[in-house]
Design a protein around this ligand. Structure first.
Ligand code: NDP
Ligand code: MG
Length: 376
């Protein structure tokens, strides 16, 4: 029986993870749950998972049984003796949880792609030192993880993009679009931030960086294809020229389940995908309308700390867009401008303080850029 902690239990990934725990009571024992603001949902979950220690990290609540305060997350992870932590916290703050987990030598099922984008090298070093695994949850990376078990040498790694809410649109169509429209994802049901990132294709940009850092793939071997059906999650091209595709439902159940149950694959427990009469189509990314993918490649080529700067400036810009302060098209302009700056501080990817300094610098730059350019 694997003892697991689910972080971000009230979010889109967290809820699917809870369903998986319900489905495998003989294999998964939930001993910890974290939410940021939704105390009531967390307390309701306790009735169903009575052995779970609960942590509320972003609000206060009179219930004495909740771990609260600044160190609640750290106490939850480090005092409960879990075998695996699922990190499904949204945004850069998820990095703390990844660190607490790996420092304790606990396996990490990682949905929080920001952790790897910001501190891939650092996290992998700690994981190795403490004998812990990092198991990808992002569907494309989960797919690559299994495809890469191929004994053949790989020439190309392809991740797919649904195209988000504005697939097929041109720049002229996007001047006035709202956050509500950007969040209407055509194929995936996800949290607000990642849905907007899908509309700008920043999510795919982050995933290019994630693949590059997680698997040490040369950046020039990673490609992105638009695939509206979201059934093929990743492909590899082996040296003999063949393409191998990973095809599964457009639902996060399988990648989460495989990470939670690793190394055991839950044989045929997800719904059977019937390909009869299904169309699978692929097109190139429209980089002119959606510059965020190319900006991610640029960040990788510029090297550290530019992936951190990409992530933080995007987070700031998305928050401004959600607040109605900037138009949709300004998101990529802010990120492009942040990447064009010469980073003014020394940076060592193995020093945590340097990682957070780059994150802060990028947020300050982006917020000042907005103030100076108003609606950008
Ligand atoms: P949601 O917005 O649906 O959920 C986020 C969760 O994180 C909630 O439980 C929320 O708590 C908690 N949270 C929010 N802010 C903080 C914070 N500052 N500190 C601690 N906890 C916080 O997000 P998703 O589930 O969609 O995404 C989670 C992560 O997984 C992201 O990194 C995303 O990129 C990644 N991911 C998501 C996929 C998806 O299909 N949704 C697919 C692949 C990756 P509360 O609700 O209580 O405030
Ligand atoms: Mg993904």
């Amino acid at each position: 029986m694997k003892k697991i902690i689910i972080l971000g239990a009230t979010g889109s990934i967290g809820k699917i993870a809870l369903d998986i725990a319900r489905k495998f009571p003989q294999k998964l024992h939930v001993i910890g749950l974290q939410a940021h603001t939704q105390a009531d949902t967390l307390l309701t979950l306790q009735k169903e998972f009575p052995h779970a220690t609960l942590a509320l990290t972003g609000a206060s609540h009179p219930n004495q049984h909740l771990l609260q305060g600044q160190d609640a997350l750290c106490r939850l992870i480090q005092n409960t003796h879990a075998d695996l932590v699922l990190n499904a916290i949204a945004g850069a703050s998820g990095l703390h949880a990844s660190l607490y987990t790996l420092e304790k030598g606990i396996d990490l099922a990682l949905a929080n792609k920001e952790s790897i984008v910001m501190a891939g090298e650092y996290l992998k070093k700690i994981a190795e030192k403490n004998g812990a695994k990092i198991l990808p949850v992002d569907s494309e990376h989960s797919a690559l993880f299994y495809l890469m078990k191929s004994p053949l040498a790989v020439d190309e790694y392809i991740i797919t993009a649904s195209g988000g809410a504005f697939r097929g649109k041109k720049v002229t169509d996007l001047h006035q679009v709202t956050a509500q429209e950007a969040m209407k994802h055509p194929t995936w049901r996800m949290g607000a931030k990642i849905s907007i990132d899908s509309a700008t294709l920043a999510n795919k940009g982050l995933e290019v960086i994630e693949a590059w850092k997680l698997f040490d793939i040369p950046i020039d071997k990673i490609n992105v294809l638009q695939h509206p059906q979201s059934l093929v999650h990743a492909l590899i091209r082996t040296q003999d020229g063949a393409l191998h595709a990973y095809i599964s439902e457009t639902y996060m159940e399988l990648p989460i389940q495989n990470a939670l149950l690793d190394p055991e694959l839950a044989l045929a427990s997800c719904s059977f995908l019937d390909l009869v009469d299904k169309t699978l189509s692929f097109t190139a990314i429209d980089h002119e309308t959606f510059p965020m993918v190319n900006l991610a490649y640029q960040a990788c080529r510029q090297g550290d700390p530019y992936p951190i700067i990409y992530n933080a400036s995007n987070e700031e810009a998305v928050a401004l867009f959600q607040a109605g302060k900037i138009p949709f098209l300004a998101i990529s302009r802010i990120v492009e401008s942040a990447l064009s700056q010469l980073y003014p501080h020394p940076f060592n990817p193995l020093i945590l303080a340097d990682i957070w300094q780059a994150d802060r610098w990028s947020r300050e730059f982006s917020s000042n850029y907005y103030k100076e350019n108003h609606t950008c």
